[in-house]
Design a protein around this ligand. Sequence first.
Ligand code: C2O
Ligand code: CU
Length: 436
Amino acid sequence: MIMLILTLGLLGYASAYAEQSIHLQAKEVYHQFPFFDTKTPVWSYNGQIPGPLIRGKVGTTMVIDFSNRLKEPSSIHWHGLRIENAMDGVPGVTQDPVEPGENFRYRLKLEDAGTFWYHPHFNSSEQLERGLKGVFIVEESERQPWSQDWVWLMDDWLLQKDGTIYPHFNTGRDLMHDGRWGNVPTINGKFRPEYTAKPGERIRLRIINGANARIFSPHIKGLSATVIAVDGRPVTKFFTLDKFVLSPGNRIDLDVRIPEQVGGKTFTVEDRFTRRAFQLASIKVIPSEAVKPPDITPPTATDFIPAQVFKNIKVEKTWDLNAIRGGKFGIGWTMNQRLWPDADKVVYQLGTPQKIIFKNSSSRLHPMHIHGVFFRVLERNGIEAIEQFTRDTVLVGPRESVTIGFVPEHSGIWLTHCHIQEHAEAGMMTTIKVKK
Ligand code: C2O
Ligand code: CU
């Protein structure tokens, strides 16, 4: 009892043990894409594309009853959330696959506020591509008076002429390149949606890249946008959105200010990653009187794993990223010449700072993701490149090498892989085991 009172006191929440529970059911439904007369069979959570937006409060526990009504096994992984290892949703590593017709109860203690997402971790290149994904927001205990909170889950579908999903996965073409890039980019399942704002508003815009492989670099033409969080954690210093590379898995939270004199104007949001920019969405400012901009001070992170922690730490692991002939699809993607599950794995001690190098010996893109930790980019190609934020996914470009540092704070076996789903399925996965 004394322990309980103490904990409550320390956390400062009246509701530290509050629980919220929800259901997520994976099943096939039909979704209407633009340009097509027919409806497309998709795999969904609760019949929705994308899956339901989950909102929990930091310091509480979320119970999620997952039921699998697909014709194949599945699981749910909570991307970016630091949770108990047994709840991480990786079949063969943290749990058994959830068979068709079966259920699994996930119990998540929400320890970090921010923008996260969820998706299967079984036959992922197909299951995500067919639509299984959703956003998971953990609200701060103190709410800021944002005029609006927009959540944009970016996706990229490869649709055929009849509107159905191209049914061949992990093709040679996907594997020789940067995975499966589609022909219909969507935001929350819609093509080029239009959003409305009022002059004077300040909008929190959360952008999540949930695509299998496409990389986005969103740009809002004519409006200033400040990055306030990356991969679910507040930045240490705000910066202007400019050519930010949002690879599969990454999230950014933006503070978008609508000036008071722009009533009646429409602004375009475009992607600038590919050579030819294309429109993703538009923001229409209604011709009304300006609202008074709300007074908001987004939180910043203070010395969370400061860079000097890694000053005298030696690099103990370099993972060389490359392709080989072989594996189940004929082309394998390797980490140190090995294919999952015969991977080059590491074991670390809880609480001990670590440095890792991802060395890309190929000419393709590899957004490398580590489950259960936030890490910091320290160097690119051996040159200091300290970022004003931490991440859980970093893009390692062609022939580039990226040095990261992190402190493992949760024990268990944490999957580490390329977030281009086709590369991961073709072997580019390993684990970091953290022991007490
Ligand atoms: Cu989105 Cu294994 O991760
Ligand atoms: Cu890759």
